[in-house]
Design a protein around this ligand. Structure first.
Ligand SMILES: Cc1ncc(COP(=O)(O)O)c(C=O)c1O
Length: 482
């Protein structure tokens, strides 16, 4: 396997790897063919439905992006090798493993343990008053009380910041906690929130029912209707635009650069809930958003075993959210933070596998006689494909589709599945399936279902990391039962 120069670790006592300089020669035809084959395979392996993967860091003269070659590496005490790139220019795979730890402050690392320690103390002591004053004046980095910050949690925050290309991140006890803290801190009384009418249902309810009691106006717009958004923004009183991208369960995509341009012209902040994308597939801050948040319960933790949330942005915005969050008291436990740090190490691998499986399955189902319609932005037939291709590097694990049947027929399909579990949530290792008409809308009126685009024959999958062929065979056999 070709080695990347980005793995070079600069240290005065560790022998450094240096490229052996060879006289330049053009590759031969068989060599070029071999390289092309490896490249094609790599794209396929990455589930690259969009043809070209966005680079995680723009190349700069100072830190050129060095293409992988088959050159050998040798250990040598290098003299004039260029410095390693800054952390934000490493690949997501590397950042997921090392950011916040080896690459970063290593806030919890008063030890040579490779695994970040779980600092369970709720309070931190100071050597003397001068030490305390140095901390208060920001001359010494430390922690005071667990609700305001914790060394293990800080490592997780740094890791997410690196992956989102953010200055700062706040990790919270749930995704909802991140949403509530963000809106309460960034929208003053008398403010105005504009949200899309298919953002996460509980976020929607919070904006509509609770913020209104605090004198905050809310307007919901249709993602398909940009003119509506423009005319609301034109009134000039909108504090924040809030949207999920992709949306759940119809997998629509917000054109983040376009929306950010419209909003910023009017002084409106842009907040994107990027939960369904994961930080691997989409980086809204690099597209113009001001804050990005996640239910970290999903891809970030990745194992269906931790509830958490996070919000990232500039230091200035995150400090405002952090101050509110201190009062809300939604601190995550250091044990949960450690579980997420552990889960994050494999996030890039997991998400790449999930992208690949979901895309292959979407293509297969699109051509299946018992499937009426597939919703997946990775499909070229999706009306959202173009915008997704511009701003995402993979379309994620969630696909939705309509089966050529009715409520009972689709129940039979779901019940005949042997591997996916009937459950809500998404983004973890295990594949999950749900029929929203049963899972979220049982007992609700036809009107309400129609308003939210939920048909009785509608199914949503979140693919895990099981082998594609096993999932395919299972789905095909279950479709026979419809
Ligand atoms: C898109 C989205 N945002 C936010 C949340 C809330 O996250 P949590 O359940 O971690 O509080 C969810 C939960 O399902 C979600 O799907």
């Amino acid at each position: 396997m070709a080695k990347s120069s980005s793995l070079v670790i600069k240290s005065s006592c560790v022998p450094r790897r240096r490229r052996v300089h060879r006289p330049h020669r053009s590759p031969t035809k068989p060599e070029r063919a071999a390289v092309a084959a490896v490249h094609d395979e790599a794209l396929l392996a990455a589930g690259d439905m969009f043809g070209s993967l966005a680079t995680s860091c723009p190349s700069s003269p100072e830190y050129p992006v060095v293409p992988d070659t088959d050159d050998d590496f040798v250990f040598s005490v290098a003299d004039n090798a260029s410095p390693p790139p800054p952390p934000q220019c490493r690949s997501d795979e590397t950042l997921a493993v090392h950011a916040g730890e080896k690459l970063g402050s290593g806030a919890a690392a008063e030890t040579d343990s490779i695994a970040t320690p779980i600092v369970s103390g709720t309070t931190h002591w100071f050597r003397d008053s001068a030490d305390l004053v140095a901390f208060k004046e920001g001359r010494r980095q430390s922690f005071e009380y667990g609700r305001y910050g914790n060394p293990t949690v800080k490592v997780l925050e740094d890791k997410i910041s690196a992956l989102e290309r953010a200055e700062a991140t706040l990790v919270t006890s749930s995704g909802m906690n991140a949403i509530v803290a963000t809106l309460l801190s960034l929208v003053p009384p008398g403010g105005h929130v504009v949200a899309t009418n298919d953002c996460y249902s509980e976020a929607q309810a919070f904006i509509r029912d609770r913020l209104s009691k605090m004198g905050i106006k809310s307007t919901f717009v249709d993602l398909d209707d940009m003119e509506e958004l423009e005319s609301v923004l034109d009134k000039g009183d909108v504090t924040i635009f809030y949207a999920d991208s992709p949306t759940n369960p119809h997998l629509k995509i917000v054109d983040v650069p376009r929306v950010a341009e419209l909003c910023h012209r009017k002084g409106t902040l842009v907040c994107i809930d990027s939960t369904l994308a994961s930080p691997i597939n989409q980086k809204p801050l690099t597209l113009g958003a001001d804050v990005v948040l996640h239910s970290a319960t999903k891809y970030i933790a990745g194992h269906h075993d931790v509830i958490a949330g996070c919000v990232s942005g500039t230091e200035a915005l995150i400090s405002r959210i952090r101050a509110w969050h201190h009062d809300l008291g939604g601190a995550i436990s250091p044990n949960a933070a450690y579980m997420i740090i552990r889960g994050l190490k494999t996030m890039a691998l997991r998400v790449e596998a999930q992208n690949r499986t979901a895309l292959r399955m979407a293509r297969l189902l699109e051509n299946h006689p018992k499937i009426e319609r597939v919703y997946y932005p990775g499909l070229e037939s999706s009306p959202w494909h173009g915008v997704a291709a511009r701003q995402m590097t993979g379309a994620g694990s969630v696909i939705s589709f309509e089966v050529a049947s009715d409520l009972r027929g689709v129940m039979r399909f779901v019940d005949a599945l042997e591997m996916p579990l009937i459950a809500t949530s998404l983004g973890g290792c295990e594949s999950l399936v749900q029929q929203p008409a049963v899972m979220s809308y049982w007992g609700k009126s036809d009107e309400e279902k129609a308003k939210n685009g939920i048909k009785d024959n509608f199914v949503r999958f979140s693919f895990g990391i099981e082998k594609f062929e096993d999932l395919r065979d299972d789905i095909l056999q279950a479709l026979e039962k419809v």
